[in-house]
Design a protein around this ligand. Sequence first.
Ligand SMILES: Nc1ncnc2c1ncn2[C@@H]1O[C@H](COP(=O)(O)OP(=O)(O)OP(=O)(O)O)[C@@H](O)[C@H]1O
Length: 230
Amino acid sequence: MGMPVSSLVVEGVTLTYPDGGGRLTALDGVGLDVPAGTMTAVVGPSGSGKSSLLAVAATLVTPERGRVVVDGVETGSLSPSEKAELRRTRLGIVFQQPNLLASLTALEQLELMARVAGARRGAPERARELLSAVGLAGEAGRRPHQLSGGQRQRVGIARALMNEPAVLLVDEPTSALDHERGAVVMDLLAELTRERGTATVLVTHDRARLGVADRVVEMVDGRLSLTGAR
Ligand SMILES: Nc1ncnc2c1ncn2[C@@H]1O[C@H](COP(=O)(O)OP(=O)(O)OP(=O)(O)O)[C@@H](O)[C@H]1O
């Protein structure tokens, strides 16, 4: 038996938004294939479509044209509730702001994630293991206000991995961090990608840290191109 190939496939995706009387093209025939266990970094100017690409890959926005395949599942024909189920079980999403719940400890943020996805056994053990993988073993009992910005972000990363997602989508992990701490998070994401076998897409402005990605693509005016920059 071979290893299951969990990955993200985006093909020929076009997305427009209403813009006055007309439409603004945010994604213009975008294609991206991310194999399991690899990390693709997406760079590009502000407004070029990077967040739109993540939203489409996360099945939060439906493109007018093209397809998005998550872990072998064609998402185009799914109902809204099937998409929500797919997000809970196969996608890990890390937003710029981790949006942690103020009353829960780091450990509880992760346990809640497992419960929302259908309460598996072993959630507390997995939560502890993931917190320690992101360097927060000693902070498991702390609430968000007792954590630094960088620690909160790492809780967000651990939480996204809680349900063993096939695809990990990360928006600007280093935006809230200084250069050195940003580097630590990028290295951590690269390591988790390889260890956990996720297909990871990372939107970033931090060009200095692109060396940890397996591939760098550039978004310009809604179009994607490979870049030599690494
Ligand atoms: N909900 C929306 N309604 C209308 N236009 C939108 C919407 N979201 C984004 N846009 C437009 O679509 C284009 C792509 O936006 P997007 O947020 O994907 O870019 P980005 O590369 O992520 O930018 P940034 O780096 O500043 O976050 C921009 O011109 C933006 O103004």
